[in-house]
Design a protein around this ligand. Structure first.
Ligand code: NAP
Length: 305
């Protein structure tokens, strides 16, 4: 089958950019040009042979590309597109992988040339690792990819969205289209708040003077270590996510704090019924995640200890 895009340029070669480069070459039959602002990352990308070419200049990387993927932190999206824009060819599709969509749409819309098609997106796939060495070609397989197309009435725009969807499907993803605002609320619940809780609980444990750090680490298998995995994610990326998705995060955080106060009261008054009912409801959610194929049913994620 003809590739959805023959020439793909990826700007930002971290976990996500490197994974897209590997998967696009392997599964989407595309030739891939890479650029990263960090010279050490470019060196690593060459050594790892992540793309067909690695450029020292963003405009050289995007020249001739049919698809440009911005895979930089949310706060760097505008700068990345601005630096590449003069070399974009007519008809190019520009997408991104940022974890927040409303702020990215706002930042990129004024910068995309009129002859380009801007289609923001977000792969619901990742790990706690970052950098070019963390990338792997199968990252997107069986995961969701959310596209948040703009209200662009050009008939060619709809065709460009179909092509981008075909590209992500070739990488193994399931694709869904969604409004950017809705995306930001859903992700505030499923991703941003859980990360905030993990960052907070891990930092709090470090601060607690009554428990020594070595005891926290020693007994971490009782639950704490699962938070440390989430809290190991890249601080720059997450700083940008919370600043960019402020409204939705504050909204769900308010709701979370209210519900936490209910739990606090139930514990204080020995209200076992309230505690049991909530824990039981939460446990059912785990089953739904497994049934939806979004995690393994193996006990303890299949870990041996
Ligand atoms: P990463 O591993 O930290 O890689 C980002 C790379 O972009 C870094 O090498 C960075 O260089 C480079 N960069 C920063 N500004 C740039 C610019 N203006 N031009 C070119 N390169 C630039 O990050 P990641 O985890 O791949 O995340 C990338 C994007 O994917 C983020 O928007 C994030 O929200 C989104 N995302 C991440 C995950 C995840 O699990 N990690 C999942 C879904 C979506 P420096 O290090 O020198 O800044």
């Amino acid at each position: 089958m003809a590739p959805a895009f023959e020439r793909v340029a990826v700007i930002g070669v971290g976990l996500i950019g490197a994974s897209i480069a590997l998967a696009a070459r392997h599964d989407a039959n595309a030739s891939v040009a890479l650029y990263d602002a960090d010279p050490r990352v470019r060196e690593r990308a060459r050594a790892l042979k992540l793309g067909d070419a690695v450029f020292d200049d963003p405009q050289a990387a995007v020249a001739g590309a049919d698809l440009v993927v911005l895979a930089v932190p949310v706060g760097a999206m505008a700068e990345a597109l601005e630096a590449a824009a003069p070399a974009l060819k007519p008809g190019v599709v520009i997408t991104d992988v940022g974890s927040v969509k409303g702020a990215v749409v706002e930042a990129l819309s004024p910068l995309a040339p009129p002859h380009a098609f801007l289609i923001p997106g977000h792969p619901i796939a990742g790990t706690e690792h970052s950098g070019p060495d963390a990338g792997f070609a199968t990252l997107f397989k069986g995961r969701w990819h959310i596209l948040t197309p703009l209200a662009d009435a050009r008939p060619e725009y709809a065709q460009a969205v179909d092509r981008l969807e075909a590209f992500w499907r070739a990488l193994g993803a399931n694709v869904e289209r969604m409004d950017a605002q809705r995306h930001d609320v859903v992700l505030a619940v499923t991703s941003h708040l859980p990360h905030l809780i993990a960052f907070n609980i891990v930092a709090m444990a470090e601060d607690l003077e009554s428990v020594t750090e070595s005891e926290v680490v020693k007994y971490s298998a009782s639950g704490f270590r699962d938070f440390t995995r989430i809290a190991a994610s890249d601080p720059t990326m997450w700083r940008d996510v919370f600043i960019a998705n402020k409204d939705a995060v504050l909204e769900v955080l308010g709701r979370f704090s209210e519900d936490l106060a209910v739990l606090q009261r139930a514990i204080r008054w020995g209200d076992g019924k309230t505690l049991y009912e909530l824990f039981d409801r939460a446990r059912r959610m785990r089953r739904e995640v497994i049934e939806a194929g979004q995690d393994t049913p193996a006990p303890n994620w299949g870990r041996e200890n």
